[in-house]
Design a protein around this ligand. Structure first.
Ligand code: ADP
Ligand code: ADP
Length: 225
């Protein structure tokens, strides 16, 4: 379970990107975070990924406060958390296989187990046949799926994605969202920042709405029309 308790974030020299934000996401739920550009969606995800730290308030996951995780503990935390970005952030000079393998190398997983897990992850996103290729030879949608394979290869309990369909045409966007739905179905907690309202409506999941850093609506899946 993710718990934000009165969380505020003020960037150095900036105004408040998040203001007294409180909400919970139960384990195994899939939820969207939406709102205008600059509403604070990315900031919310960055706080979960420990890319940024809150100025006030407490964020806890499964009862553990993230504030207790020191700098040296961040790599370990990131292994419990898969992150997907809009611009996929793949290493362009490494093969698809090597990109997906990276978190397992960092995690100190043995080579044979790495190969097994990388292939399982690539199969999950439908890209097993592409393992030897360089990312640049793939389409945008395929590149995004490589990014997703990399995010789930270490089997994180929590998957967070920042505008994962931002660069995709509507048909591909629906497919990618479907993939996230599949991860939820096997028990992963999924939190997705998106401003694509038609797509969000179609998914019929919980929607948390931010406006200038404040939570202004929190719709249960059955309230999403
Ligand atoms: P969203 O993802 O909804 O577009 P962000 O979380 O990226 O919103 O940004 C929220 C606010 O924080 C915006 O006003 C943005 O300009 C500001 N902001 C984001 N990152 C930084 C930063 N590193 N330094 C200063 N201000 C930032
Ligand atoms: P095995 O069942 O042989 O042990 P794995 O446990 O490695 O295989 O993976 C089982 C399937 O679940 C694979 O298709 C893998 O890609 C997928 N998977 C990996 N990580 C996650 C995750 N966090 N959430 C959902 N499915 C995942």
């Amino acid at each position: 379970m993710i718990h934000f308790d009165q969380v505020s974030k003020r960037y150095e020299g900036g105004h408040e990107a998040l203001s007294q934000l409180s909400f919970e996401v139960p384990t195994g739920e899939m939820a969207f975070v939406t709102g205008h550009s600059g509403a604070g969606k990315s900031t919310l995800l960055k706080l979960l990924g420990l890319i940024e730290r809150p100025s006030h308030g407490t964020i806890s996951v499964d009862g553990k406060s993230l504030a207790k995780i020191r700098h040296s503990g961040i790599p370990k935390w990131r292994r419990h958390l898969g992150m997907v970005f809009q611009d996929h952030r793949l290493l362009l000079d490494r093969s698809v296989f090597a990109n997906v393998e990276l978190p397992l190398v960092i995690g100190g997983i043995a080579r044979a187990e790495r190969a097994r897990r990388v292939r399982a992850a690539l199969e999950k996103v439908g890209l097993l046949a592409y393992e030897r290729q360089l990312p640049a030879t793939l389409s945008t949608g395929e590149q995004q799926r490589v990014g997703i394979a990399r995010a789930i290869v270490a089997r994180p309990a929590l998957l967070i994605a920042d505008e994962p369909t931002g660069n995709l045409d509507p048909q591909l966007a629906v497919e990618i969202m479907g993939l996230f739905g599949e991860f939820q179905q096997v028990g992963t907690t999924v939190l997705i920042a998106s401003h694509d309202l038609p797509l969000i409506k179609r998914m019929k999941k919980r929607v948390i709405v931010l406006d200038h850093g404040r939570l202004v609506a929190d719709l249960a899946a059955q309230e999403v029309l």
